[in-house]
Design a protein around this ligand. Sequence first.
Ligand code: PLP
Length: 381
Amino acid sequence: MTSPLMNTYPPQPVTFVRGQGSELWDVDGKRYLDFLCGLAVTGLGHAHPVVADALAEQARTLLHVSNLYGTVVGPEVAATLDRLIGGDTGKVFFANSGGEANECAIKLARKWGGRGKHVVVSAFGSFHGRTLATLHATGQPAKHETFQPLPEGFRHAAWNDLEDFERIIDPSVAAILLEPVQGEGGVQPATAEFFHGIRELCDERGLLFMVDEVQTGLGRTGEWFGFQHFGVQPDVVTMAKALGNGVPIGACWARADVADAFVPGDHATTYGGQPLAASAARAVLQVMEAEDVPARARRAGDLLQRALAEVPGVANVRGLGLLIAAELDVGIDAKQVASDALDAGLVVNAVTTTALRIAPSLLVSDDEIDEGVAILTKVLS
Ligand code: PLP
């Protein structure tokens, strides 16, 4: 039977029907250990009871009224995010996805910069989304070709190469947009020197430093936000994925004076920050703070990274916290290994042709780590 879905994804090898914590079950009742979390989304695992209860309660109370009217939960979530980001005076725009959170950041940079100072510089190898603007911000020219012409106002410089960024900046540039760890680009962490250098460059030239925390944000790397590893404070931070633990929500935070560039009518979304998604985010943040997920991700990430490094067939391991890539020995096809692992009951993906991405729940147990590593060891041998 031909699929009623548009042909944008390769054939899906399995159909999942249920999840609990780090476990998934398919239509045939087969159990899997989920070390991918829907692409770093379900940080608290599947069907977390606090999130499920919050959703059910909110669904019975109020789903949606639009942003023409006030609601209670969104502002609470925004205040918590502001505290975790460490800005204390920032403001949040809620969106529905990572790409939309970045669209907000790009529009904010353009409004803040004014006419003629609108260019956003990002890194080669980056990933910022699939809308036309975020696709152009994404530093992967091969993904651009089919959709040319893309919106004007984007440039790219070499990852972790401060000099290349310095070279490319001119008065038309409003902002630099970077991931703390390039996720889709192969789990490539930034260096602390690079992030410090970019902060200084932005201060010297009067640019916004915008950090895309869509994949890295909310504990996954072992800090609340990836930039916090480097001790720099950005002007704009975007996030999505883990914020709703699977309920679509994104957010763009900006320093208050930057956020104030927007006035009513500049940007909008029908759903952004609506009570259902915001109540999921509020529950997620409550659990994350109670569980101290950054500390858990640091500890479990250390354990998992050390165990993976011992697996025959793994050449080296990179990443921060629980956002990990296992680079395989030369000649091993990561796609095939991910497929074999799925057959063996472990969900991971090939983030490049030679590396697996491993991003388990931030609440993953030591036993689950042992089980996942054992499955991978069996598959690779
Ligand atoms: N930015 C980063 C760093 C991402 O990893 C992703 C998705 O993988 C996006 C943006 C786009 O997010 P979404 O797919 O929710 O639009």
